[in-house]
Ligand binder design. Sequence first.
Ligand SMILES: [Zn+2]
Ligand SMILES: [Zn+2]
Length: 136
Amino acid sequence: MTAKTGHCLCGAVGFTAEVVESSHHACHCGMCRRWTGGPFLTTTARGVVFDGTENLVRYASSTWAERGFCRICGSTLFYFLLPTGTHMLSVGAFDDPTPFRLTEEIFIDHKPDGYAFAGDHPRLTEAQTLAKYAPG
Ligand SMILES: [Zn+2]
Ligand SMILES: [Zn+2]
């Protein structure tokens, strides 16, 4: 998938991504759930350029990552992995959501029992998630 665009709820912050993976994951970790109100659906993107950066806030949620959101409307826009410079963009912020498919869930052992995604795809525990994705 190439050259995809998206924006926050109020439109003050927009983005264009050169390369976007159509398969995305859902993170059930406590930080993502608190930040977004539920599981955080993100896809890996490269060549990301933002418009309206004066309204883009980057919150350092850990020593290795930042979470980006709009200062005006509060929309969650991305998780940014500092060691690799990788943007994980919020699937919900894209203008066209139709190409995206949920292909993996992470931190499944942190998911509350009250909801569950359907489908036959990998569901990684915290230990499995860290083994696969932890930087360094
Ligand atoms: Zn906004
Ligand atoms: Zn998370």
